[in-house]
Design a protein around this ligand. Structure first.
Ligand code: G6P
Length: 610
């Protein structure tokens, strides 16, 4: 949430910073701003709206200076307007900062500052921090010390970059709860919320830990805690490559990411299937293999789309490994004193690896003695680093705010984990082999659906004026119905609900009329006939049925207004295939309605606040 970038070196800085902001815009796009220090003065340009709106106001390539920082905001405190946009300054205008996170005790600090005669321009907690640092600076005359002393008084979270005309050749960075990556170049450094803003220029990075700071000058850098203890930070080599974060020939990142799924799914299972043994190899969980074997219960915690994949995971693990599984919204789990046993395994699923609620839920579980695992996409992210063990998704950077390829990769990794746990317990080699063989066949089946995207587009266009949608499915297809509804509402702003198909008659059936499109996932499995009965119930009430059905099912064409066929697979893998037409439908409908699919209103991709 909120993207931050800073540069110090010998190049024109504002351009580098703004390029980085564009790549981080998925983190928030309520406002954008840049501050540059040149010739011991700081110039700030900031504006409500997207980075593009800022660029209409100022030609950043003309701003001289080799030290700059920029921010793209997802509003927490104060409306998204020009004044509340970052950077903010202290009362003298000499110290400027950008901030990602929430200063929870800002009202206390603000009252104290108001009593001392300080005034504020914005409604933000971040400006309070800037003024607070400025006040301390007046006493200590050392920017780093002022930042450090201020942060020791602050409650809440921060990813912070501070620059100042008092010390115009220095960037000070700090982190608690909001990610910060430092790119290490030759006489130049980039600091950013994530590595995508760095990779074009530098491959060596440091991930700051909570309560750590970094001080960057053109001559070198140092890292320390905010208590002023030295930190010997480890340098990592980035695996990311610049092509992965380009849009290529696609109109939107979301479409690119949907079409990448045959290869991203393959990447998620690559080298992990032992088809002949009917087993899988998961290097990342080797260290906790015994704990997994002895787990009495598994709790999976996540938010948003990742929570939907967790539900599929629950069904798979219970089915294949016979371990009781509970799925929890991370935001609920962390605040309700959950019962956690020492032999519980708690799994956090997160594309970004930074979602504040998921991270906090995992920390809570760890504190209470559980073994914690992360199924995470972003390498080096906080969840990846703080968990006892884990499995990376290997889906590559996901930039469209609505998650697509990360979802199917989560399903891939959960399938692997369920098989691994199953083989430790009750799953036979023969069944393992069947699953492994089918898992390996899925990328081609995803491709088969994508090759028919035009057909899905034509169907979608018939529904662009709908105001409501229902998504129904049973068994493994229930969570994917939830995900289909989420995709549509996120990017097209059409109200949509996902429901278990049979549960529909206990409420949502009242909504059915001739204006209500209902997407049924009705694939050929054990409960197919029951789903078809539910479909008949909708039809009898005039609902417009779009069926996602198994190829070869001619019967369903009689019952549905439109049918989208997907290849046959095992029931546990239908969510992977059913998700694809749902993603495409949401995309085509949203584009037709003129929505900004990559940056839907009010959303952000990486939610690092509670
Ligand atoms: C945000 C995003 C969703 C995402 C959720 C969880 O709400 O908009 O697309 O599913 O966060 O994110 P995570 O990175 O933890 O998977």
């Amino acid at each position: 949430m909120c993207g931050i970038v800073g540069y110090i070196g010998n190049k024109q800085a504002a351009d580098i910073v703004v390029k980085g902001l564009k790549l981080l815009e998925y983190r928030g796009y309520d406002s954008a701003g840049v501050a540059v220090i040149d010739d011991s003065t700081v110039s700030i340009n900031k504006r409500k709206g997207k980075v593009e709106d800022l660029l209409k106001m100022v030609d950043v390539s003309k701003i001289p200076g080799t030290l700059a920082m920029g921010h793209t905001r997802w509003a927490t405190h104060g409306a998204p307007n020009d004044v509340n946009a970052h950077p903010h300054t202290d009362s003298t205008g000499n110290i400027a900062l950008i901030h990602n996170g929430i200063i929870e005790n800002y009202t206390v600090i603000k009252t104290e500052l108001l009593n001392k005669g300080y005034t504020f321009k914005s409604e933000t907690d971040s400006e309070v921090l800037a003024v607070f640092i400025g006040m301390i600076y007046e006493k200590v005359h050392d920017v780093e010390m002022a930042v450090r002393l201020a942060l020791n008084e602050v409650e809440g979270t921060f990813g912070l970059v501070v620059i100042s005309t008092h010390e115009p050749d220095k960037i000070i960075v700090a982190r608690r709860g909001s990610p910060i990556v430092l790119g290490i170049g030759d006489g130049e450094y980039i600091v950013a919320s994530d590595a995508s803003a760095i990779v074009e220029y530098m491959k060596r990075v440091i991930y700051l830990n909570d309560d750590e700071m970094a001080i960057l000058t053109r001559e070198g850098y140092s890292t320390k805690t905010i208590k002023n203890e030295t930190v010997n930070a480890e340098i990592h080599e980035l695996e990311l490559n610049i092509e992965q974060i380009r849009k290529g020939n696609f109109d939107h990142y979301m479409l690119k990411e949907i079409f990448e799924q045959p290869s991203t799914f393959k990447d998620s299972i690559r080298g992990r299937l032992l088809v002949e043994d009917g087993n899988v190899k998961l290097g990342g969980v080797g260290a906790v293999a015994e704990k997994l074997k002895n787990a009495r219960r598994i709790i999976i915690t996540a938010c948003g789309t990742s929570w939907h994949s967790a539900l599929v995971g629950e069904y798979m693990i219970e089915h294949l490994a016979q371990i009781p599984v509970e799925v929890e919204y991370a935001s609920e789990f962390r605040y309700r004193n959950p019962v956690i046993y020492h032999d519980d395994v708690v799994i956090g699923i997160s594309q970004s690896g930074e979602t504040a609620d998921t991270l906090a839920a995992l920390r809570e579980a760890k504190l209470k003695g559980a073994t914690i695992l992360g199924l995470v996409n972003v390498v080096g992210s906080t969840i990846a680093r703080e968990t006892d063990a884990g499995v990376y998704l290997h889906a590559g950077p996901e930039i469209g705010v609505a998650s697509t390829k990360a979802f199917t990769s989560q399903l891939a990794v959960l399938s692997l984990l369920a098989m691994y746990l199953g083989r430790q317990r009750v799953l036979s080699m023969a069944d393992g082999k069947t699953l492994a063989t089918e898992l390996a066949a899925l990328p081609d089946k995803i491709q088969y659906i994508l090759d028919r995207a035009d057909q899905i587009k034509q169907i979608s266009l018939a529904y662009t004026n709908a105001t409501n949608f229902l998504y129904l499915g049973r068994g493994y297809n229930f969570p994917v119905a939830l995900e289909g509804a989420l995709k549509l509402k996120e990017i097209s702003y059409i109200h949509a609900e996902g429901y278990p198909a049979a549960e529909m008659k206990h409420g949502p059936i009242a909504l059915i009329d001739e204006n209500m499109p209902v997407v049924f996932v009705a694939t050929k499995d054990e409960i197919y006939d029951k789903v078809v009965s539910n479909l008949e119930e909708v039809r009898a009430r005039g609902g417009r049925v779009i069926a996602i059905a198994s190829e070869g099912d001619t019967n369903i064409a009689r019952l549905a207004e439109h049918v989208i066929y997907i290849p046959n697979t095992l029931p546990q893998f239908t969510p992977v295939l059913a998700a694809i037409p749902m993603q495409l439908m949401a995309y085509y409908i949203a584009v037709q309605r003129g929505c900004d699919v990559d940056k839907p209103r009010n959303l952000a991709k990486s939610v690092t606040v509670e």
